[in-house]
Design a protein. Structure first.
Length: 140
């Protein structure tokens, strides 16, 4: 986390993070199909697996340890809802929000540096096993 934070701030350059692989697709010459939709879903899921996998695994373990099946299903339903809602809301308002999001582009370099600094701090706390210190800020 510390290395990625240093990269985001700009103090360390990790060139392999700038590599990108894309499938060549030209909508004017290739038609959308069910198979292409499935392939896109598989690729999207593979890209999100490192982010979602550990959280989903812990929720599955917790849901599996519930007393009743309905309690486990309820936990998984809320997890799915929490994951899907932001995408659905964005899809509903994508056209009206698109221009406003472009206006935020000028702030992205600053936001990236702030997030990089947060990653460095969190990496330090995790490395030295001091993450519990954050609890002292939320004692209400």
């Amino acid at each position: 986390m510390i290395f990625f934070g240093l990269h985001m701030i700009g103090l360390l350059r990790l060139n392999w993070l700038y590599r990108e692989k894309r499938l060549a697709y030209t909508p004017s010459t290739q038609k959308a199909s069910f198979a292409r939709s499935i392939l896109l879903g598989v690729i999207f899921a593979a890209g999100w697996t490192p982010c979602i996998g550990p959280v989903l695994a812990s929720i599955l373990v917790y849901a599996g340890s519930q007393e009743t099946l309905s309690q486990g299903i309820l936990l998984l339903a809320f997890y799915s809802l929490g994951l899907a809602l932001p995408f659905l809301i964005f899809a509903l308002f994508a056209e009206s929000v698109g221009g406003k999001l472009k206006a935020l582009n000028r702030y992205l370099p600053y936001l990236t540096k702030v997030c990089g600094a947060l990653m460095i701090v969190l990496g330090y706390l995790i490395f030295y096993n001091k993450l519990g210190l954050l609890n002292s800020f939320f004692t209400w």
